[in-house]
Design a protein around this ligand. Structure first.
Ligand code: ZN
Length: 311
């Protein structure tokens, strides 16, 4: 099963991030945990009911992060799928909620509505024919018929598409399916969530700078450890990449490498998933910590900001 597993971005204020993604966009808050490498800060996961791979957008909310700058070597946009007939609903919603957005445009035959989150992350909704048949999660804020159905995909801004494209095709299970202007489209064979990677080939643009409002990394799917190990072998032998050793992220196991275009890629296993440490019915309600951080729970809870709504 190829495709995007999750996308991780840098946010500013935690409460604002939580409100925007759960209320304005209607995603499910599937996990409240901390950054395992920096446990004094949160790591938030949003997705569908169970946080299925291909639906998961995650954030490091860093209250004092300096703003990032878009540019070459960065993820330019992250797009979600909605039913084609729901774009009108969403346009109204964005006007009503004062969400900055652009007029709809057509890309590869589908309508796309670009917008930005409160930290300036570039997002889009893509109207997908038939998506209304797919299972939807509703928080009550956004009716199920219009709800987001996971990712459409990401657009990467890269100087030269060649070597990145080769890794997408040879290692990560995507196929090059077409080009429109400067955008080269890669697609995973199974259509559905997280199946699209667009490379926007931008020669001579300024490099981006990571910060608040930037995507930190893109994670791709591996079914299990064996498939991940095979991908690592190909990266090393065929593409001169040097992925990290495997890291246990509790909900998946990951390796990381910086692809030739400069973007941090991760390969994450589909297993074990978000129900490993709490029931699906109550995902996201309690602060979950990996075993090695449990002894520090009191101290960690003491420094994390509260998500209680300020009236
Ligand atoms: Zn990740």
């Amino acid at each position: 099963m190829a495709g995007i597993h999750h996308v991780t971005a840098i946010a500013g204020q935690a409460t604002r991030n939580y409100e925007f993604y759960t209320r304005t966009l209607g995603l499910r808050f599937v996990k409240k945990t901390v950054n395992f490498d920096d446990p004094g800060t949160y790591h938030f996961y949003y997705g569908d009911e169970t946080g299925h791979p291909g639906t998961i957008l995650t954030f490091f909310p860093w209250e004092h992060a300096a703003p990032g700058r878009g540019g070459v070597g960065q993820t330019q946009q992250t797009a979600f799928r909605v039913p084609a007939s729901s774009l009108g609903y969403w346009t109204h919603r964005f006007v009503e909620k004062s969400v900055a957005h652009q007029p709809p445009e057509k890309r590869f035959g589908e309508w796309l509505l670009s917008f930005t989150d409160p930290d300036g992350i570039s997002l889009a909704l893509v109207g997908v024919a038939g998506a209304e048949q797919e299972k939807a999660w509703s928080t009550g804020e956004v009716p199920a018929e219009h709800a987001i159905r996971g990712f459409q995909g990401v657009t990467l801004l890269i100087e030269d598409a060649g070597r990145t494209g080769a890794i997408l095709s040879d290692v990560l299970g995507f196929e090059r399916i077409g080009q429109e202007g400067s955008i080269i489209r890669f697609r995973a064979p199974e259509t559905g969530e997280g199946a699209v990677v667009d490379i926007y080939e931008a020669k001579g643009f300024l490099p981006g700078r990571l910060g608040r409002g930037s995507v930190h990394h893109i994670a791709f799917r591996a079914a299990d450890d064996a498939e991940q190990a095979e991908m690592v072998r190909k990266l090393t032998q065929n593409h001169a990449m040097r992925p990290t050793e495997q890291k246990d992220r509790n909900y998946f196991r990951s390796v990381y490498f910086r692809e030739p275009g400069g973007i941090l890629f991760e390969i994450a296993t589909d297993i074990p998933g978000f129900a490993v440490d709490e029931p699906v019915a109550t995902l996201g309600q309690a602060l979950k910590l990996p075993d090695f951080l449990e002894p520090q729970r009191k101290a960690i809870e003491g420094v994390l900001p509260s998500l209680e709504r300020v009236a």
